[in-house]
Write a protein that binds this ligand. Structure first.
Ligand code: ATP
Length: 251
């Protein structure tokens, strides 16, 4: 990748005009640590729980980074927040709009979804042997590019900021930021949860937690715990919400 200033991320780089999904491609082969798989469009992009991630040819950023951290499995929940925060910091530099981290794996701009992550992992002997970090970002889509079923939730940098962006520039910034934050985390085993918390979507607001689309808990979102779980104050007590396949909604 020309102009990429990283130590190992993106040294191995695979580019596809079209592919089923960059995460699926990452799992098909045994790529080296830091390999990056990029696609102009995906025909079977995925979100969590087999939900669809829709891509628009040449308009968004769709890529996967393969990482081999060899770190204790206890740290798994931190990675989702770590990568989310890296991408958040990069996008924040490009926008004037209100940008927020939606726990655990999305980024919102002016109340709509601008980016999503799908992180998959392999565990061996209690250690994380492989992380497949899938990233989807809506960059240059116009309103008409979004399908009916995601119009309500989805937006792009272009729609919110009123101009076209260089996908290349954002992509390079993200690879560099992710490498920096990842190497620091691997070395120090520490993540500044408070900084992430400050940027949480719906912080100090009433939210509900859904499981399989059904509400299972309501309360005020009061923050993030050291382990990356959410803290909710309900009428009765304080509750911790762990990732699993839960979703959060504003009330
Ligand atoms: P939630 O549970 O709050 O809906 P999630 O993080 O679980 O969010 P994911 O499974 O990560 O959602 O992402 C899939 C969902 O994202 C789809 O169900 C769809 O609503 C939405 N979506 C799909 N493609 C896009 C896109 N290009 N931009 C924004 N949103 C999208």
């Amino acid at each position: 990748i020309p102009n990429l200033k990283t130590k190992f991320i993106g040294k191995k780089y695979l580019y596809f005009e079209e592919i089923d999904s960059t995460n699926i491609q990452a799992k098909r082969e045994n790529y080296e640590d830091g390999a990056v798989i990029f696609a102009e469009s995906q025909t079977a992009g995925k979100g969590r729980k087999n939900r669809k991630w829709i891509s628009h040819k040449g308009l968004g950023l769709y890529f996967t980074i393969v990482l081999k951290p060899e770190i204790e499995v206890n740290y798994l929940s931190h990675f989702s927040l770590l990568f989310n925060y890296s991408v958040f910091k990069v996008l924040r530099n490009y926008v004037n709009g209100k940008i927020k981290i939606k726990w655990p794996n999305d980024i919102y701009l002016n109340g709509k979804k601008i980016a999503g992550f799908l992180i998959e992992s392999s565990i061996e002997n209690n250690s994380i042997s492989k992380l497949i970090v899938g990233v989807g970002i809506n960059v240059n889509q116009s309103i008409k590019d979004f399908e009916e079923d995601i119009k309500e939730v989805a937006t792009s940098l272009k729609i919110e900021e009123g101009k076209t962006f260089s996908r290349k520039e954002i992509f390079l910034d993200i690879l560099q930021q992710i490498e920096k934050d990842y190497l620091k985390f691997i070395k120090e085993n520490y993540l500044d949860i408070k900084k992430i918390e400050e940027n949480l979507l719906w912080l100090n607001q009433d939210v509900m937690i859904l499981e399989d689309g059904k509400p299972i808990l309501s309360g005020k979102l009061i923050g993030l715990n050291e382990d990356g779980s959410l803290m909710l104050r309900t009428d009765e007590d304080l509750r911790f919400v762990y990732v699993g396949d839960l979703s959060i909604r504003n009330k």
